[in-house]
Design a protein around this ligand. Structure first.
Ligand code: SF4
Ligand code: SF4
Length: 188
């Protein structure tokens, strides 16, 4: 798939998100880093599909990182928009929750926030509504997130949805929530 987002833009996004985190303290201490370790040390690839990279995000990796296990899947085989086709890169961490923080993928950096488009087409940030195999205290307790994390994440998403493929993904997820009546907690 052809991403319109340049490597330098992804690098700038990583740098911006390197400077923020959901809480002033390490939220991983609240839950034993549940979002990193929920897959345990299973070698069964079906047990944990891993983290998918956004189109073009793979440009930031050599795919030889020793802390990652890579796989490529066909977008058509998963719940992605119709405009997505061909190879999607999935990664699994070999030593969670330990990783080189400056290289962790965007999915890790945004969580527990997710983008949502209103019926009027306005971008909002909501608490993640995806069913999870673990409990995230930030979501369950609706804990107050740092304003810098919210602002940086919002800024990043305003750039990301300029890419047609990423826009389609955010739109599909948003429409699915509306259609299924999933309650959303708007954060921004
Ligand atoms: S984002 Fe949620 S699940 Fe992940 S480490 Fe922080 S509190 Fe735990
Ligand atoms: S890349 Fe880092 S933050 Fe993300 S799931 Fe793996 S260990 Fe956790």
């Amino acid at each position: 798939m052809k991403s319109t987002i340049r490597k330098s833009t992804y690098q700038a996004i990583y740098r911006l998100l390197d400077r923020v985190s959901p809480l002033e303290s390490d939220c991983g201490k609240l839950c034993g880093a549940a979002c990193c370790t929920c897959g345990g040390d299973s070698d069964d690839d079906d047990f944990q599909l891993g983290i998918y990279l956004l189109p073009g995000e793979e440009k930031l990796f050599s795919q030889k990182e020793e802390w990652l296990k890579w796989s490529a899947e066909r977008a058509e085989d998963f719940d992605f928009p119709d405009s997505w086709f061909g190879k999607i890169h999935f990664i699994r961490c070999k030593t969670p929750p330990v990783c080189p923080r400056e290289h962790r993928p965007l999915q890790c950096r945004f969580f527990p926030l997710a983008p949502h488009l209103t019926e009027e087409g306005e971008l909002r940030l909501i608490l993640c509504t995806t069913p999870l195999p673990y409990s995230c205290p930030l979501i369950d307790r609706q804990m107050k997130l740092t304003p810098s994390f919210i602002q940086a994440t919002y800024t990043v998403w305003t750039h990301l949805i300029r890419d047609p493929l990423i826009y389609d993904l955010v739109l599909m997820d948003s429409e699915d929530r509306e259609a299924e009546g999933v309650p959303v907690k708007i954060v921004r």
